[in-house]
Design a protein around this ligand. Structure first.
Ligand SMILES: *Cc1c(COP(=O)(O)O)cnc(C)c1O
Length: 355
């Protein structure tokens, strides 16, 4: 049976990215060796890192004065590394979900943290807007897409203090005005690559402002100066990242990714709103285009498990909602197809007709 992959992360990748990466695992560039068994300093591998960086800069139209680095440790390590490098006295955080809360908790180890705005009062079902940003902050940390709760801030806000964004689950899905950010980071396993590499875009003029003595590995300067080669980088994940960036470019870049995301989301939210069995969990204006969360209407609550089974029988994978929201979550990252979304909508319609 054909599978439709709605996993929240690690998640669906373009088929050609997987196939091309598999080829290099068997035989890297015709060398007779696997990419898994060569030195990261081999002359064949440097071009992979270079191309991945260059494509990210090109696709996101990153201005001069920014570096792109690849590290291990996931987006979660960035929750520590960001304040270690940038929190001098006081930082601001938007508390918009589980990942934001984790980031906030780590920052408290380094200094004073203020919650500039929060949507915790309504179980993170909306994005705060129109909040005032204090001007005495070292930086403001935001999470542009809340993977678990399905809210998204799909615009680049103006901030009077350095703006830092966790874009793990919506990077490369729309054009971004990078000049508004001091740093952007993303665990690559949602929208960019297989798991194992984190992409960090950082403004160079911030690198020398580290407020404290830092362990070498935690200092962004180390990795910028060594071109992500201070230690052994995650070689295969970086290869898959490069392949995905080639794919994004060939498809028409982030503008096209944005168009497709809107098209998919319109179809799926349209069905959620129309279907008598379901409703969305998030305030309409803040609905994520990446993680589409919905639950069974009160009158049909007992049909939740039956619908899940019904969908699984039709090839849907990964649509069970996160335990903190319940119901269903269909993740529609860049590689998600219209075919997949239409298959899910069809299952929703058929299930409705049976009840
Ligand atoms: C998945 C995710 C993370 C955590 O990423 P890891 O690479 O597993 O550490 C952090 N932030 C957001 C928004 C995420 O979606």
């Amino acid at each position: 049976m054909k599978k439709y992959n709605f996993n929240a992360g690690p998640s669906m990748l373009p088929r050609e990215v997987i196939e091309n990466t598999a080829k290099q695992i068997l035989d890297f560039n015709g060398s007779g060796l696997s990419i898994m068994e060569i030195s990261h300093r081999a002359k064949d591998f440097q071009p992979v890192v270079d191309e991945a960086q260059a494509l990210i800069k090109e696709l996101l139209d990153i201005p001069e004065g920014y570096s792109v680095i690849f590290l291990g440790g996931g987006a979660s390590l960035q929750f520590t590394q960001i304040p270690a490098n940038f929190l001098i006295k006081k930082a601001g955080y938007l508390n918009t979900g589980a990942w934001a809360k984790k980031a906030l908790k780590e920052a408290k180890l380094f200094g004073e943290v203020v919650e500039v705005a929060s949507s915790a009062d309504k179980n993170y079902t909306y994005m705060p807007h129109g909040f005032e940003i204090p001007t005495d902050l070292d930086y403001l940390h935001i999470t542009t897409n809340n993977t678990i709760y399905g809210t998204e801030l799909r615009e680049d806000i103006d901030s009077p203090v350095p703006l830092i964004a966790d874009m793990s689950s919506d990077i490369m899905s729309r054009p971004v005005d990078v000049s508004k950010y001091t740093a952007i980071f993303a665990g690559a396993q949602k929208n960019m690559a297989m798991a194992g590499v984190t992409v960090i875009i950082v403004k160079d003029d911030m690198l020398d402002k580290a407020p404290r003595e830092l362990p070498t590995m935690l200092n962004y300067r180390t990795h910028v100066d060594k071109g992500s080669m201070f230690n052994t980088p995650p070689v295969v994940p970086i290869y898959s990242l490069m392949e995905t960036m080639r794919w994004v470019k060939a498809q028409g870049g982030v503008k096209e990714m944005d168009r497709r995301a809107k098209e998919r989301a319109e179809i799926l939210y349209g069905e959620i709103d129309r279907n008598k069995l379901f409703h969305g969990t998030v305030v309409e204006a803040d609905r994520s285009l990446m993680n589409i969360c919905f639950v069974m209407n009160e009158d049909y609550k007992e049909l939740e498990k039956p619908f899940l089974d019904f969908a699984i029988e039709r090839g849907m994978v990964g649509i069970k909602g996160h335990r903190s929201v319940g119901g269903f979550r269909a993740s529609c990252y860049n590689a998600q197809t219209l075919e997949g979304v239409n298959a899910l909508v069809k299952a929703m319609k058929e299930f409705e007709a049976q009840h």
